[in-house]
Design a protein around this ligand. Structure first.
Ligand code: FES
Length: 155
């Protein structure tokens, strides 16, 4: 094989592989962020949530359930992480049982996200949530929080 043939056939392939490896490393070191860390994300308006309801419109895009609980004229709003706390499968809302059920291994959680049945060993995670002055529900997905930061009351 002459050096001219080598230069035309092997070197471009080698450059491509090297470029691909370099690109992969750069993506590894600086991955894209799906959403900016720490940002409040506007999901819905409170008027979109009927009393005592579970909103599943954000499960696919944001991995969350929005829950509005209405007890004795008092409304509580919170956002549950849809991932099961066992191994992370996406929970499903069963309206007849009023429970979140995990299809993978059968864990069950109450409407408040409390653990009812394993193998999950703890409650569903919650995210910080707030209500804007014009009634929009915003959630911060950077980390999970505990009550009371995870819940808003309003009337
Ligand atoms: Fe939910 Fe196992 S991942 S029960």
């Amino acid at each position: 094989m002459s050096s001219g043939v080598l230069a035309r056939s092997v070197l471009p392939a080698l450059a491509s592989v090297t470029g691909l490896v370099f690109y992969s490393w750069m993506r590894f070191l600086w991955p894209n962020r799906k959403q900016s860390i720490g940002a409040w994300q506007r999901l819905s308006h409170r008027s979109d949530l009927p009393a005592d309801s579970v909103d599943g419109r954000w499960v696919t895009s944001h991995g969350v359930w929005i829950v509005r609980r209405t007890d004795q004229g008092r409304d509580r709003l919170f956002v549950l992480r849809a991932a099961c706390t066992h191994l992370g499968c996406t929970t499903q809302w069963d309206p007849s049982l009023r429970q979140f059920i995990c299809p993978c291994h059968g864990s069950a959680f109450s409407l408040d996200g409390e653990r009812l049945r394993g193998p999950a060993t703890r409650a569903m995670d919650r995210y910080a949530v707030r209500l804007t002055s014009d009634g929009f529900i915003e959630v911060r997905l950077e980390s999970t929080v505990r009550r009371p930061q995870s819940e808003i009351e309003y009337s």
